[in-house]
Design a binder for this molecule. Structure first.
Ligand code: ASP
Length: 450
């Protein structure tokens, strides 16, 4: 068994947290390939090192001497960690190099990547694992897109390394300059290492014990999801659950590597597993999770289309595409097409879209409904069951909630329900209790008859 382990910023905020990470790694000899983030916040009013580095770069543009002064504060965060870990190790040479660059010429991506770089240097000294610079292995093309092929080739060179610590968040352009991922990108680095080193498990250590089955701001102490498939995760995150970004799991997903989300502060908790769609265990919950968002509006276009049936939908969608407004759902019936969009997305463009549709498609009626919320009830096991959808809708009816739209794709792993915003919290609460009821009465839904 070989594992890649990524530690987020809160797991490395100070010396105590570094020590916890080292203990976690040493507790399991299969934890071989380690990917740290930059130190995060130590308390609510603290600043993440990455944010400090962004600030340092902004200062450098106008006042390089102030930037150098500010960099002293960043150095102090690392020096404090080294001191409190009682390491006989110094980052002086690294600081020197960075300071020289701050005083001369530096790119933003280089400077902000130093947060992870310095973290990884300390962790490598603490563990006695070799340091692998991410610029050596994680490759981007000249336009800044992640280059999977070159990355795999570069990792091939270090295939025999028994273990290493590689900083997250960055890699390099073909000319060797530093290129960073988007914010939170160390999750991607961890997944890249997992794939390249062909590990069995990618552990992602953070400050929560996994994904929650519903929003804790609405449901007090919701259950932790034990297991979620990649597809379910995509549905949940699309509907606003703050789970992994899709991009962050792609490399692990493409290699079929399961991901285990763990809590550095509660290492005994099992956390959540993200597994390939065909790898879900039979104990997988019936309804995996519930997620939802407010702030949608729908525009319905009604037209006696006559011979224009084929092109009606395309013409409507084209107007949205050209206005660069992302369409979320398109429930339709003959002669009526409803387009659901995020109110923020369409703000400032609504009038011109409607005007264009009037001009080009000339609908008989246009109806706009505002203040809509959508909720996704997601469950891999819902597929093929009979009565799940009716159970969900009946549960909402019992609460007196009017369902305005229902969207269920052929894969049947999610049911998306459109309601009025005012009913949102009530609906989430009822659906969450429905989830618990379903799991308590196993096999309540019969399989389809053949
Ligand atoms: N340190 C970077 C950030 O704050 C990357 C990461 O933590 O994943 O966005």
């Amino acid at each position: 068994m070989r594992k890649a382990v990524k530690f987020g910023g809160s797991s490395l905020a100070d010396a105590v947290q570094f020590q916890k990470c080292a203990e976690i790694i040493k507790a399991d000899p299969s934890r071989l390939f380690v990917v740290p983030s930059a130190p995060g916040k130590r308390h609510a009013h603290d600043t993440k090192v990455t944010d400090m580095l962004f600030h340092c770069f902004a200062l450098q543009k106008k006042h390089p001497d102030e930037a150098l002064e500010y960099f002293e504060r960043i150095k102090e965060r690392y020096d404090e960690i080294i001191r409190e870990l009682h390491l006989s190790y110094s980052l002086e040479e690294e600081y020197q190099l960075i300071s020289e660059k701050i005083g001369a010429d530096i790119t933003e991506e280089y400077l902000v990547s130093r947060g992870e770089y310095l973290s990884a240097k300390i962790l490598s000294a603490l563990l006695g694992y070799p340091f692998l610079d991410a610029s050596q292995c994680v490759k981007f093309d000249a336009t800044g897109n992640y280059d999977e092929q070159s990355t795999q080739l570069a990792f091939y060179e270090i295939k025999d390394w028994p273990c290493f610590v590689m900083p997250g968040f960055y890699g390099s352009y073909p000319n060797g300059e530093i290129r960073t991922f988007s914010r939170g990108g160390s999750d991607i680095s961890g997944a890249i290492v997992a794939k390249a080193m062909e590990v069995d498990v990618y552990e992602n250590w953070t400050d929560v014990s996994g994904f929650l089955a519903a929003d804790p701001r609405i449901i007090p102490h919701p259950e932790t999801i034990e297991e979620v498939t990649y597809s379910e995760l995509r549905e949940l995150s699309y509907m606003g659950a703050s789970v992994f970004h899709e991009e962050a799991i792609y490399p692990a997903r493409s290699a079929g590597i399961p991901i285990n989300i763990r809590n550095t502060n509660r290492p005994g908790d099992a956390g959540s597993w993200i597994c390939p769609d065909d790898g879900a265990s039979p104990s997988h919950a019936y309804i995996t999770g519930i997620a939802g968002k407010k702030g949608f509006l729908s525009l319905s276009f009604e037209k006696d289309v006559g011979g224009d049936k084929l092109s009606f939908g395309r013409k409507v969608l084209q107007v949205f595409e050209e206005a660069k407004v992302m369409v979320d759902h398109v429930p339709s019936s003959i002669g009526t097409m409803t387009v659901v969009v995020d109110a923020g997305e369409i703000s400032g463009k609504e009038e011109s879209i409607v005007r264009r549709i009037r001009r080009e498609i000339d609908p008989d009626h246009i109806t706009i409904e505002r203040n809509l919320a959508f909720i996704a009830v997601v469950g891999f096991k819902m597929k093929g069951g009979i009565g799940v959808t009716s159970g969900i809708l009946a549960a909402l009816a019992q609460e007196g909630i009017s369902v305005k739209m229902v969207i269920q794709g052929i894969r049947e792993i999610s049911l998306i329900i459109g309601i009025e915003e005012k009913d949102f919290e009530k609906a989430i609460r009822r659906l969450y209790s429905f989830r618990q009821e379903v799991d308590a009465t196993e096999n309540q839904f019969c399989a389809p008859k053949r």
